[in-house]
Design a protein around this ligand. Structure first.
Ligand code: XMP
Ligand code: MG
Length: 183
């Protein structure tokens, strides 16, 4: 799929590249200040958070290690079931460490609640969440997310790591898909 085609498949741009970079820079500074010199581990959730992680960590004023987890939540459907399976676990032991979960999007919040509880059971010093996007549905479950990039409407979005059938992750913006893509 060429770039022109990819662009035409978008119906509406919700967040531009400039807005994403500016907001991630703010969040990076807030995260850095929050830990006040103590080390924290960034834990990305594959695959959607790859681009958020790359830009967020480069915007940090200093060094921070990262690790990755992969979970399956949606399966083939489009609604989160809350049934989560670990496909790839962390490489590192988080006992006694500050952890920041880095996510692309919180929709129902079910996936992240599960991940957070799972990580908290491993005896970390703390667990916080940083997500680029959050949908209103997320407000329905009790999920305490300290750092949120943008609250967006309850629509399916792609780009900047988010996919439709594994496509569009490399779009530089976040947007909604045109109806012709689904049909
Ligand atoms: P829940 O509902 O458990 O789901 O918070 C979170 C995960 O679901 C995926 N997700 C999306 N992926 N566009 C996407 O490409 C979307 O609009 C969308 N909403 C949810 C995503 O993997 C997220 O981590
Ligand atoms: Mg996804």
């Amino acid at each position: 799929m060429d770039a022109e085609h990819m662009g035409k498949d978008l119906e509406r741009v919700l967040v531009t590249e400039e807005e994403i970079h500016a907001r991630l820079a703010e969040l990076a500074q807030e995260i850095w200040d929050h830990y006040a010199g103590e080390e924290f581990l960034l834990v990305g959730v594959l695959k959607g958070a790859v681009l958020v992680m790359a830009d967020l960590m480069r915007a940090l004023p200093g060094s921070a290690p990262m690790d990755w987890m992969a979970v399956s939540s949606y399966g083939s459907g489009t609604k989160s079931s809350g049934v989560v399976r670990i496909l790839k676990d962390l490489d590192t032991d988080i006992t006694g460490r500050h952890v920041v979960i880095v996510e692309d999007i919180i929709d129902s919040g079910l996936t992240l609640s599960w991940i957070r509880a799972n990580l908290e059971s491993r005896g970390p010093k703390s667990v916080e969440i940083c997500t680029l996007l959050r949908k209103p549905e997320a407000a329905k479950v009790q999920i305490d997310c300290r750092w949120v990039g943008f609250d967006i409407p309850n629509e399916f979005v792609v780009g900047y790591g988010l996919d439709f059938d594994e496509q569009y992750r490399n779009l530089r913006v976040v947007g909604t898909l045109a109806p012709h893509v689904y049909s």
